[in-house]
Design a protein around this ligand. Structure first.
Ligand SMILES: *Cc1c(COP(=O)(O)O)cnc(C)c1O
Length: 415
């Protein structure tokens, strides 16, 4: 790959071509009438919210989803248009800005309905509201017992012109365990809560409950719209339901660093904090300049896999804040050589799922926690489709060596 000062140490390459293909693969899985919402919360699971949002829309997603209103407003500030649903509100949040930005705002309880109605009246505009049902997740959403009051009050606010109820929706607890009894129970509860609201007079544009695993495995849950997050980034929601390739998906993120030092070490040499690794023989050690501050899990100390020079090595000893060591087993590798932590797997590199196993977590956490110190380098930017690609400009003003996003038209050949 062509390096810039920011990307010399490490980089997370983001293949927007893969993201677009993943969105198309997901669209092909749902009925023609069903829409796809690209979930881009948490900076698009670490992949960069604005470029991923644009790529998702270019590939046919018609909605975007975020957790917080601030994430949704940041997309609007970057010029992203179209429907955006945001669902994690706290009292005092910027409802008024949300109304003015034309967001679809999720409401799970009476306090939220009161705040959105007040904001709509203040703005002199109708707020778009989606009522969220707790059909069994036991997290956000309105309990069945409280649903009649919420639906009734929302309909009154709609009659007054303060809100328009654009959607009715819910979220699964165990969709990544196909056949789990809670899935059928949640679907039944969702159908009942939908029927109640529709009989009361709600005419939703969209009814939706499916996250990635339900999009991939449960057509009965697709309704009018599906909300894939992790699948859009080419990562399987759970190894139990299949690999990304089983669903025609390709990992979007490839994380690598450049060896900062390669040196000989004698047998019996302790490596990194706590000396949890002792060289078993005279060997070469390679220093990878990525650490837990960059999102490399400290839990993967002694276990995380890294491709260096055609062989997968294992993290030797502790992952530190900024760096960790791999035992190169006597191989001669030049400083600056690439150490690939994870990627699509094409060249034998580990995957985010491999790191999840090594760190005893899920691949969602691996990609999402890659820190802001790691520059994102966008590959296969389709300048026609993802127009106004402002992440490709403005680099001249960013001092060399500071984190940021870098765009190139480089493709896989010149990695
Ligand atoms: C995160 C999230 C999604 C996407 O979940 P994935 O498993 O990544 O597809 C969908 N809906 C809601 C409410 C979410 O919080």
């Amino acid at each position: 790959m062509s390096e810039t000062p920011q990307t010399l140490r490490a980089r997370a390459e983001i293949d927007l071509g893969a993201l677009r293909a993943n969105v198309r693969a997901l669209r092909a899985r749902v009925a023609p009438h069903a829409q796809v919402m690209g979930v881009v919360k948490a900076d698009a699971y670490g992949h960069g919210a604005v470029p991923c949002a644009r790529a998702a829309l270019a590939a046919g997603a018609t909605w975007l989803g975020t957790a917080t209103p601030h994430e949704a407003l940041a997309l609007r500030a970057a010029g992203v248009e179209g429907r955006i649903l945001c669902w994690l509100w706290t009292p005092g949040d910027p409802w008024r800005e949300g109304v003015e930005a034309g967001l679809d705002m999720s409401v799970s309880g009476m306090w939220a309905l009161r705040e959105v109605v007040a904001a709509a009246r203040g703005a002199g505009r109708t707020a778009r509201v989606q009522l969220k049902a707790d059909t069994g997740l036991g997290r956000n959403g309105c309990q069945p017992a409280d649903w009649p009051e919420l639906v009734g009050e929302a309909l009154k606010a709609q009659a007054d012109g303060a809100v328009r109820v654009t959607g009715l929706w819910s979220h699964f607890a165990c969709a990544d365990e196909p056949g789990h009894p809670s899935i059928a129970a949640q679907l039944e509860s969702f159908r009942e809560m939908l029927a109640y609201a529709e009989e009361a007079g709600v005419e939703p544009e969209v009814r939706h409950i499916a996250n990635s695993p339900a999009t991939l495995t449960l057509p009965d849950a697709h309704f009018d719209l599906v909300r894939p997050g992790i699948a859009m980034y080419g990562v399987s929601p759970s190894p139990g339901i299949g690999t990304p390739a089983d669903f025609g998906l390709r990992p979007v993120m490839r994380l690598s660093g450049s060896l900062a030092l390669v040196k000989q070490a004698p047998a019996g040499h302790g490596v990194s904090y706590g000396h949890h690794y002792i060289t078993p023989r005279p060997t070469t050690l390679g220093l990878v300049p990525l650490g837990y501050a960059d999102g490399v899990p400290r839990h993967a100390s002694g276990r995380g896999p890294v491709l260096v020079g055609d062989k997968v090595r294992t993290v030797a000893g502790r992952v530190a804040m900024d760096q960790f060591v791999v035992d190169l087993d006597g191989d001669t590798v030049p400083p600056g050589a690439e150490a690939v932590l994870f990627g699509p797997g094409d060249d034998g590199e580990p995957t985010a799922e491999d790191w999840a196993r090594a760190a005893d977590t899920i691949a969602y956490e691996i990609v999402t926690r890659i820190g802001s110190r790691v520059p994102r380098v966008y590959r296969n930017v389709d300048s026609e489709a993802d127009s106004e690609a402002e992440w490709r400009t403005g680099l001249g003003s960013r001092p060399a060596g500071t984190p940021g996003t870098v765009g190139t038209d480089g493709d896989r050949e010149n990695r």
